[in-house]
Design a protein around this ligand. Structure first.
Ligand code: AN7
Length: 350
């Protein structure tokens, strides 16, 4: 079978005879079991889904390939999105790959450098605004309404359609849905998409159970947890620095229908989880994507028992996108002359 979400899950996607099928290699990401963290956190079975293995390094590619295929089908010549960095990287890549234009509106100075580099390399038309993601999205919604440009934020239903395939993959690999799905929440499109995917596969008889959806926002950007819009969202996890999520209501529905929760984790907890994931799992996720594990750690600390549970944590984006944050506050390392004896001694071999 050809690679990619469009080919693999055609029957579950809004594809017609006229939809162009193509792929940059998105989807089919690894589901990795981590025995060290399983023991440490006393979890029955603990898996990480490595969405950073997608072509632009985040889960956004799953939804983007469907959104762009449908845009091409409709004859669109340009895509537009607001972004905290990953959506814009993905939109820029798929636009370039399909020979259409991408226009991205981003919060100035609040995008991780790797994501900026992606938008630049793929030649997106970039507008950095003096404002946050929520303001950027408002502008994008108005402009895509007014001009012949396709909106590729997750308010475009084709984005959600593509992203739900990650839930399918989990069931295809495990043979059943997990008991719990831990996932970061920003604009709340992804938790919406996973829940849709789990429900559809359940309905199709591919699973007997549905997972509890466990969403985690960053403390400084936790509108759903607090129950009101956050005007000035702040968090080290720049990807989820969002104060007024577009899919707010649908995220609440996923939480309530599944019997899950939407909670928040502090920046310190996020960075500690990012380190934990790297040093015990060998997995380098970007800060936002560590909110899943941070949430699990928080619930374990509160005494919640997962010893007989099967848990999947979504690692939504690769750590290589945001190396600035990763190396900040890193422990010092040895810097020595190029001399064997000196190196040997410093390493404690002699
Ligand atoms: C790594 O790129 O909103 O709850 O504009 O990049 O579906 O928004 C990114 C979000 C989690 C949150 N992890 O997902 C954007 C953007 C990573 C992300 C989220 C994002 P949603």
């Amino acid at each position: 079978m050809k690679p990619g979400v469009l080919y693999r899950y055609k029957d579950f996607l809004p594809i017609t005879k006229k939809t162009p099928l193509f792929s940059l290699g998105e989807g089919d990401t690894p589901l990795v079991r981590c025995s060290q963290l399983e023991k440490e956190l006393a979890v029955g079975e603990l898996y990480f889904k490595l969405e950073g293995c997608n072509p632009t390094g985040s889960f956004k590619d799953r939804g983007m390939v469907v959104a762009v295929a449908k845009a091409l089908e409709e004859g669109s010549k340009a895509l537009m999105c607001a972004s905290t960095g990953n959506t814009s990287a993905s939109a820029a890549a798929y636009a370039a790959g399909c020979g259409v234009e991408s226009i991205i509106i981003i919060p100035k100075g609040k995008i991780a450098l790797g994501k900026m580099a992606q938008a630049i390399v793929y030649r997106a038309k970039i507008v950095a605004i003096d404002g946050n993601f929520d303001q950027a999205l408002k502008i994008v919604l108005a402009l895509t309404e007014k001009h012949p440009v396709t909106l590729v934020n997750s308010l475009n239903p084709n984005r959600i359609e593509g992203q739900k395939t990650a839930a399918f993959e989990i069931i295809d690999v495990l043979g059943e849905a997990p008991d719990y799905l831990f996932i970061p929440v920003g604009n709340a499109g992804n938790i919406t998409a996973y829940w849709k995917g789990f429900k559809e596969y359940h309905q199709a008889g591919k699973s007997k159970v549905k997972p509890k959806m466990m969403g985690f926002q960053a403390e400084g950007a936790a509108p759903i947890v607090r129950g009101h819009i956050v005007e000035k969202p702040e968090t080290v996890a720049s990807a989820i620095r969002i104060g007024n999520p577009a899919s707010w209501k649908r995220a609440e529905a996923a939480r309530d229908e599944s019997g899950g929760i939407i909670d928040m984790v502090s920046d310190d907890e996020i960075l500690a989880a990012q380190k934990m994931l790297a040093t015990r799992g060998g997995i380098f996720g970007e800060p936002a994507s560590a909110a899943s594990l941070a949430g699990l750690v928080k619930l374990r600390r509160q005494g919640r028992d997962f010893s007989r549970s099967r848990i999947v944590c979504i690692v939504t984006g690769t750590g290589l996108k945001d190396t600035e944050t990763a190396v900040k506050g890193a422990e010092p390392f040895l810097e020595l002359p190029a001399d064997q004896a000196t190196v040997e001694k410093a390493l404690g071999f002699i």
